[in-house]
Structure formats: structure tokens, C-alpha cells
Design a protein around this ligand. Sequence first.
Ligand SMILES: CC(C)(COP(=O)(O)OP(=O)(O)OC[C@H]1O[C@@H](n2cnc3c(N)ncnc32)[C@H](O)[C@@H]1OP(=O)(O)O)[C@@H](O)C(=O)NCCC(=O)NCCS
Length: 164
Amino acid sequence: MTIIVPAKTQTDFKIIEHLANRIWTEHYTPIIGKDQVSYMLQKFQSAAAIEDQVQNGMVYYLLIYEDKEVGYFSFSRQEGALFLSKIYVLNSLRGRGIGSATISFLEKQAKKLDLHKIKLTVNRFNSSSIKAYEKMGFKNVGTTVQDIGGGFVMDDFILEKPVK
Ligand SMILES: CC(C)(COP(=O)(O)OP(=O)(O)OC[C@H]1O[C@@H](n2cnc3c(N)ncnc32)[C@H](O)[C@@H]1OP(=O)(O)O)[C@@H](O)C(=O)NCCC(=O)NCCS
């Protein structure tokens, strides 16, 4: 069973930083290359960067499975949608329903906030995750290219899932 716990303390942010280092390095190096992975980890997923995001309205949660921290996700409210900013599960524990449990949790949160869709962006070449999102009911509604500094861009599809 997946347990979902809000991340609030410095210790939680450090755990997320470690998970991000493991997951992003393994998963994204073949997709965006090691320089962009290092740049993005430092800019967006250091404990200090996470703390800053939380102070600015982003919420982070840890995913616990069989008593271990195995992943995390974060979301914010954005123009009538619940924006799922990040969802990462350790490679060895994918395909066990942790992602689906997270989406069910987010649907409940969206309803509480009177938001009628979950929105996310995913790298165009992140095909395994795109397949998982499609299985979880997301539809591709467009594309976006975002300049993130350092000479890098995020070249993404926009996916949405209605919340009824
Ligand atoms: C995307 C991700 C969070 C999904 O989490 P997960 O715990 O593996 O998801 P689940 O086990 O709940 O699977 C959800 C559905 O997707 C399907 N699925 C999962 N991985 C799949 C894959 N690689 N190919 C096809 N379908 C897949 C599952 O079969 C399930 O469908 P079902 O309910 O019809 O059986 C996880 O794969 C991940 O962390 N990926 C790497 C990091 C990443 O790219 N994150 C997204 C950034 S935008």
C-alpha cells in the first residue's frame, strides 16, 4: 500500500533531494543529457530550492511504500487546474500502483479545491511516463517549450485529465 505524507521539514526536503538525484540521473540522462540533469537538479531539486518553492505555494509529498521513501510529488494551483509539477518513483518500484494511488489522491485534492482538471507537462521523449499517464486517463492537449536558463529548454507535451 502507498502512504502519502506531506513533506514539510528540512529532513523531508533532504530526502527528496536524494531521491531526485537518484531518479533524475538514472531516468533523464538518456533523455536530456547529464549537463541539463545536473543543472536542473541544482536549480529545482536541492533541499534549499524545494524549501523556497514550498514558501511560494508549492506543496510536496513523500511516497512511502513498505516503510521506505520511494518517491515524491509536488503540485500547485494554476489557472483553474491542479498542476502536477513533479512525480517521481524509484525505478525498481514502478508499475506497482504508486503512480495511480498518487493520481487518485490528487483527484480528491482537486475536488476539495473546486478544480476540474489535473494538468502536467512531460518531456516529449519521456515515452514510458507518457504511456503511464495515458493509462491513468491523461490526454495530450498541446506542447510547450520553456527556457529554464543556462542555455537549456524544457521541450514538453501538456497533458490533462478531467476531474469529475
Ligand atoms: C510516471 C510514474 C510516476 C508512474 O508511476 P508508477 O508507480 O510506475 O505507476 P503505476 O504503477 O500506478 O501505473 C499506472 C498505469 O500506467 C501503466 N504503466 C506504468 N508504466 C508503464 C510503462 N512504462 N508503459 C506502459 N504502461 C505503463 C500501468 O500498467 C498502470 O496502468 P493500469 O492501471 O491500466 O495497469 C513513474 O513511472 C515514474 O516515476 N517515471 C519516471 C519519472 C518520470 O518521468 N516522472 C514523470 C515526470 S513528468
